[in-house]
Design a protein around this ligand. Structure first.
Ligand code: SF4
Length: 203
């Protein structure tokens, strides 16, 4: 078991998982529940981008030591002047979430680092509705990405993040058997302070 992420690049998908619930991310990381390694594919060069003007390329892998990030972008679209990452979501939901925007921001930041030019818009495409949404990547998104990368890289096995502040997330959580939110809140109430579980108890 690895002790921390300190020396590793963070997969962009981890941003999404972390936003959902840092505690769940912790269990995924240290209990090795899901951990899917990324397939390494090429795709950093401007040369390739220029040869693809006016079209799209699938599954391009990017990494940046400066950002501390790496990841595979599903689809990169290009028109005359801009390259736009597309993140496709298979979930049944007819909407995307703030965590999806953060993940997309991570891809835009990786792409602009590789190209050395700004990438300020990305698309989220939902299979469930066949809709896609143009997302303006703000300074707030970028700041959030950097903060999450820092949190993840300093995460250690002996520092379990608190319970989520939104207990409805726990209903479908794959880490619930490790986390045991209700029992934790009941047996160790100090660990539920400031969370949604504490608020539920007060009702
Ligand atoms: S059960 Fe709830 S608090 Fe626990 S890891 Fe899952 S989402 Fe987070």
């Amino acid at each position: 078991m690895k002790a921390s992420f300190r020396d590793e690049l963070v997969p962009v998908s981890a941003l999404n998982e972390y936003v959902y619930c840092p505690r769940r991310f912790y269990y995924q990381r240290y209990q090795d529940e899901i951990g899917t390694p990324y397939e390494l594919v090429d795709g950093r060069s401007k040369h390739e981008r220029q040869s693809r003007r006016g079209g799209w390329v699938r599954e391009r892998y990017f990494r940046s030591n400066d950002l501390g990030l790496h990841g595979k972008i599903d689809l990169v679209e290009s028109n005359d002047e801009t390259l736009t990452p597309v993140e496709r979501k298979r979930a049944e939901s007819a909407e995307y979430y703030p965590s999806d925007e953060v993940q997309l921001a991570g891809y835009c930041m990786l792409l602009e680092t590789a190209l050395d030019e700004s990438v300020n818009v990305g698309y989220i495409y939902l299979y469930s509705t066949d809709q896609r949404y143009a997302i303006q990547i703000t300074e707030n998104h970028r700041k959030t990405v950097r903060e999450i990368v820092r949190h993840i890289r300093t995460m250690t096995v002996d520092s379990i993040p608190p319970l989520t502040d939104n207990p409805s997330k726990c209903e479908a959580c794959s880490a619930r058997e490790y986390c045991m939110p209700e029992e934790t809140a009941m047996l160790e109430p100090d660990k539920a302070k400031g969370t949604g579980f504490e608020r539920e108890e007060r009702r």
